[in-house]
Design a protein around this ligand. Structure first.
Ligand code: 13P
Ligand code: SF4
Length: 317
């Protein structure tokens, strides 16, 4: 454990949350490591007045929106997400207005502004439960990740109007190379995040959120080789859980190391230390925006807990 970070954490009564895509050294200083849903739940539940979220900014914004009284820190404000960049508010609003009777389901990988015009958020670990809670007769708009939307639509048999966004990291995995790799490792199980293209997902034995993929490695002890089509930060926990397992990174087209999320990888231990020292950068959102964005996150949390919710009949804005 990093002694300076530990001392600063105690001084400010701070909680450190880290996503599975962070470097192993960052995961090791965190109080909790998890997927985007788990981090939002931990951030909301904690009594600590200061939360540092080592992940991407939309994850820290979710914590702030759900608990505006907390000081929420990020190591680097530039830790964005291509899905956020691909779903600007004005265009998303125009899309919503074209389909006023539909329920708008938005992946948490979105801006607070987009959440403010969303009926319900989802993460990749609760999306099926949330979509199943939408009355059968209602039309569904799903954004901003078209691959997750297409996967859910097929799996659940629900028609959806999809926003054309994608994760710049996950779309790089190559179905052609994955097919060849599998023939070299016929015993390996292929694990894929649903942000991958459908040509990659068709070869996957397990499709799921980062925590679902980790639990497969943890629990499926009859398998010793896994080909993993998601960001390689997850290997840290997978290898800890199964030191005996061989983990193989799914291949990308070309020879770059671009399966690493450049935004997640902006965070460093030095930046975490600096944020805890200065209590900056802090997530700051307008109070009115937080109120408007909270409804979609709270509806998601309620359905995830198993509570029933009501749905707006039409989009009024
Ligand atoms: P998870 O919710 O599965 O952790 O995914 C978040 C993400 O950004 C994947 O690229
Ligand atoms: Fe966004 Fe993709 Fe990075 Fe996840 S991996 S944070 S979806 S850019």
């Amino acid at each position: 454990m990093n002694a300076r970070i530990e001392a600063l954490k105690r001084q400010h009564n701070a909680l450190i949350l880290a996503h599975f895509y962070e470097d192993g050294a960052i995961q090791d200083v965190a109080d909790h490591v998890g997927d985007s849903l788990f981090l939002a739940q931990m951030g909301e539940k904690t009594k600590n007045p200061v939360v540092l979220l080592a992940g991407v900014v939309f994850m820290a914004e979710s914590v702030k929106i759900l608990s505006p009284e907390k000081t929420v820190l990020v190591p680097d404000v530039n830790a964005g997400c291509s899905l956020v960049a691909h779903s600007p508010y004005e265009k998303y609003l125009a899309w919503r207005r074209e389909h006023r009777d539909a329920i708008c389901v938005t992946y948490v990988n979105s801006s607070a502004e987009v959440k403010s015009i969303t009926d319900v958020c989802v993460t990749s670990s609760n999306a099926e439960k949330i979509i199943d809670a939408i009355p059968a007769g209602r039309r569904i708009l799903f954004g901003p990740d078209r691959n997750l939307g297409r996967y859910l639509s097929k799996k659940l048999g629900r028609e959806m109007i999809l926003w054309p966004g994608a994760c710049e990291v996950h779309i790089l995995f190559s179905a052609r190379k994955l097919f060849m790799l599998k023939s070299e490792h016929p015993q390996a199980l292929i694990l894929a995040h649903p942000e991958c293209d459908e040509t990659v997902l068709q070869f996957a034995d397990v499709v799921g959120s980062t925590s679902r993929l980790l639990s497969e490695v943890e629990k499926n002890t009859s398998v010793r080789e896994f080909i993993v089509a998601t960001e390689p930060g997850i290997f840290h926990q997978m290898q800890k859980a199964r030191p005996d397992a061989t983990l193989i990174q799914a291949p990308v087209e070309g020879s770059c190391a671009c399966n690493e999320c450049p935004y997640m990888k902006l965070n460093t231990l030095a930046k975490i230390e600096h944020a805890l020292e200065t209590l900056k950068p802090e997530v700051r959102l307008k109070p009115q925006l937080m109120v408007q964005a909270r409804t979609s996150l709270e509806r998601m949390m309620a359905i995830t807990r198993g509570d029933s919710v009501t749905w707006p009949k039409t989009f009024e804005l």
